[in-house]
Design a protein around this ligand. Structure first.
Ligand SMILES: N[C@@H](CCC[C@H](N)C(=O)O)C(=O)O
Length: 277
């Protein structure tokens, strides 16, 4: 099996292309290969597959073997992969995802080299039951959630995959390991949830740290950055365009007023390619 190790701001993936469908043992493979001590080590296993509705199709399995509906950092890596490996020579392509349909991706190149990737991440889903949460409301904004006697307030956003955004005084030093897993598996979230801890720095800048569903603390989360800006607009805390600073670097997020789509711009990088026997 040939693979390429890639990352988007340190959120790292084992990327596999050439298969027609996701193998039946994909969950088991993800757990083995993503293990940082006994495997290659990654936050997720990503398959690039043929699509009937877009140029390419992507499936992503988290490091615990669960499948995610969408992944913002992986979609940028997939776009860079197909361009760099000559699977397309176009700089605007579409990539089909499980949870957010076909998305348009623009590769921003200089001298034939991919610099950044801009993705139309589609419209955010705000309806409580659709995110999904157990709350039947058109929007779930600043809703209380109790964990171990401590009450947080969260805003729920789906970008194809579910997110809960919580504002804290100091996201950079927040105790992710204690609160992340308890919020991820809280009964309010029937399919579990990705948790973003956010500190607003200005109308156009936030810090964010993420506890990812199925992967734990990662250096960056593209869909989480999109959810952060959507939530911050709904809470009146930022403008519609903002930079989200993650542990692995920055993403530029724009929630466009005219089409209601969220656009994400950021880098993607290849680390190495290998063969697994
Ligand atoms: N890191 C990703 C999100 C990956 C999937 C997530 N763990 C989930 O289960 O929804 C991103 O960059 O968006």
């Amino acid at each position: 099996m040939n693979f390429t190790k890639m990352h988007g701001l340190g959120n790292d993936f084992i990327v596999v292309a050439g298969e027609k469908e996701l193998p039946a043992n994909a969950a088991e493979l993800a757990v083995q290969l993503c293990n940082r001590f006994f495997g290659i080590g990654a936050d997720g296993l990503v398959y690039i597959l043929p699509s009937e509705v877009a140029d390419f199709r992507m499936r992503i399995i988290n490091s615990d073997g669960s499948e995610a509906e969408q992944c913002g950092n992986a979609i940028r890596c997939v776009a860079k992969y197909v361009y760099d490996k000559g699977l397309t020579d176009r700089t605007t392509i579409t990539i089909e995802t499980l949870g957010a349909g076909a998305q348009e991706v623009q590769l921003q190149t200089e001298g034939g080299k991919v610099q950044t990737v801009r993705v139309d991440m589609g419209e955010p889903v705000l309806n409580g039951l659709q995110v999904p949460t157990t709350i039947d409301a058109e929007q779930v904004v600043s809703h209380p959630i109790e964990v171990d006697g401590k009450t947080f307030e969260f805003t729920a956003v789906s970008m194809g995959n579910p997110h809960c955004v919580i504002y804290v005084d100091d996201a950079v030093n927040f105790d992710l390991e204690t609160w992340g897993p308890k919020l991820e598996t809280h009964p309010l979230f029937p399919r579990k949830i990705n948790v973003e801890f956010v500190t607003v720095k200005s109308r156009n800048h936030t810090d964010m740290r993420v506890w990812e569903r199925g992967a734990g603390p990662t250096l960056a989360c593209g869909t989480g950055a999109c959810a952060t800006v959507v939530s911050s607009v709904l809470n009146g805390l930022t403008d519609r365009t903002a930079t989200v600073s993650l542990k692995g670097g920055d993403l530029l997020i724009e929630w466009n007023e005219s089409d209601n789509h969220v656009y994400m711009t950021g880098p993607a990088a290849e680390v190495y390619s290998g063969t697994l026997s």
